[in-house]
Ligand binder design. Sequence first.
Ligand code: AMP
Length: 467
Amino acid sequence: MTNENTLTGKDTGGLSGFAALGITGALLKATHGAGFTDPKPIQAQAIPPQLEGRDIFGIAQTGSGKTAAFALPILSKIIALGTKRRPKTARALILAPTRELAVQIEEMIKLLAKGAHVSTALVLGGVSRFSQVKKIAPGVDILIATPGRLTDLVREGDLVLADTKWLVLDEGDRMLDMGFINDVKRIARATAPDRQTVLFSATMPAEIAELAKGLLKNPIRVEVAPHSTAAAEIVQGVVFARTKQKRQVLSTMLADEAMKSVIIFSRTKHGADRVTKDLERDGFKAAVIHGNKSQNARQKALNDFREGSVRILVATDIAARGIDVPGISHVVNFDLPDEAESYVHRIGRTGRNGMDGIAITLCDPSENSKLRQVERIIRTKLPIVADHLGSPDPQRNPAEKNERSFEPANDRNGRRDGRRPGGQNNGFGKKRFGEAFAGERKPEGAKPFKGNNKRRFGGKRPAARAA
Ligand code: AMP
């Protein structure tokens, strides 16, 4: 009798789960210990050919399980070979576009390598170079790096890549966006010519296809979740508000206790700082993460958010892809991203691991064309959940018709004093939010509030979040 892996069609020899994919011994134990019993589709597709030594070209987003998909085969091979490292070398190199992603990858590898003698090191910009050089001086098994700092270390002779037999490029499209492509090519050229290479990208622009052609040898192509399609569990909607109204609208939304764990995206670093400051002035505790913050500050913000000591994280797009914090209930796009593709990555921070999520986009009339681009990409027209533009007509783009009849959003609540109303439920919880646009595109203003949210949300996240 044969047992077939339904995804690979291969005989599994009576084994199931990760064992059927070829993961054994301590690694299998640690994988189960991490709570991974059933391989995700990308893992089922990518692990067996990688164990056979094939190069991989993967189209998958953060959240698909791609980290374990490339890490497990590398760990498996390094463990089988035993410890043999030359000074200043790395046996495997994983390149990530952002520091946050690199940190997360290392955490995942450490989790999966628990009980095995595999050394890891991080090479990132923005933190002390000295400690990184010291760590790699005796040689490491797996080095996780961002391309900029890695290039510096190689240039200065602190790291030699000639022994690097495994190379992973994670989030290739993001590397491209961030201008790392030439660094990546240079780094790849410095690694062992007979290396095994894995390239993962969430999308496949022509430059990534070109990069794959240059770096991968006869790769196996694996793919999950068709690109540019938002996850099905995420309920999405748009709130029309003028730019100068947005901060008040945001504070009003955040007073809703259904917004347990919220990431707010801002297009610019300056904007992120301003939103954070305004929220703090309104009595909300918020952490902020963007490219001008030091690595320590970024990591602290992420940790505070992950642990629940702040329930609001304000971020720029740099943070959109890498962040993997379980249980984010809401994503709020304070403004629309410059690139419509970023919308998909932003909202993908919620609705993870099969949990529900809500994504709300605040849209000024000047952003209508960006909104249309997003809608084209996700192939859905975003329902209007609230319209603060002062239009009695719920049709899209009402502002242009009502330029002179504009009134502050608070008028809908009968308030003009500029103070943040307190309250518990203004319609942004899943049920109410869903109802708000279950029927027609009916504008629905926020309901009046009662109570003081500063006390409720100023410090700890509610217990439900911590669970
Ligand atoms: P990634 O796409 O690598 O960022 O992984 C997304 C999330 O999926 C992470 O929180 C992992 O802990 C989780 N994960 C990865 N593989 C599995 C698995 N086989 N079973 C359950 N969770 C997993």
